[in-house]
Design a protein around this ligand. Structure first.
Ligand SMILES: [Zn+2]
Length: 176
């Protein structure tokens, strides 16, 4: 009885974004595949725990969906009808199921960085957008993990530039 009254009061009290975000996230049919694996559930919980309430609000507002797909790692797509899709490919799915999923989280954070910085709506140089998205990863505390990911990528000028920019944020004492 008391419980009922208590719950009623709780319902009247405005719920915070953090209270509802996770339930709403899992309710989306796009995220059915996440629910199917407890390790992947845990990885997403870990990622969202790093993200501020304001940014969670933004993720909800931008309608960001994480889709399971087949190819390499990850990419994000912004659609005209104002929804954003982050494709989660098999290599990334494996990373998210690892005991320490942080490299996978760094990749997801990078894709979120593109969307939250609205790169789809701005004309921005590719390398600049990559570095800005990487900056978001650093802000979430996953910079070292991102560095590991980039070191695993095939060597390219873009990759080297990203590693250089990352190094400047991660080891500012070496800048002078
Ligand atoms: Zn990118």
């Amino acid at each position: 009885m008391f419980n009922k009254i208590f719950n009623k009061n709780k319902a009247i009290k405005k719920l915070s974004i953090r209270d509802t975000f996770w339930d709403d996230f899992l309710l989306l049919p796009h995220h059915e595949w996440i629910k199917e694996n407890k390790y992947i559930i845990h990885s997403f919980q870990k990622l969202f725990a790093l993200i501020s309430d304001g940014q969670l609000e933004k993720i909800r507002h931008e309608k960001i969906y994480f889709l399971k797909a087949n190819a390499l790692y990850s990419c994000s797509i912004s659609l005209q009808d104002k929804c954003n899709i982050i494709m989660v490919f098999p290599d990334l799915q494996r990373m998210l199921q690892a005991l320490v999923p942080d490299k996978g989280l760094a990749i997801l954070a990078h894709e979120l960085g593109h969307i939250l910085n609205q790169h789809y709506a701005r004309s921005i140089e590719t390398l600049k957008s990559q570095i800005e998205a990487d900056r978001y990863v650093i802000d979430l505390g996953l910079g070292l993990e991102l560095q590991e990911v980039l070191l695993d990528y095939p060597d390219s000028a873009e990759c080297r530039n990203r590693l250089y920019a990352l190094g400047q944020y991660l080891y500012p004492e070496n800048n002078n």
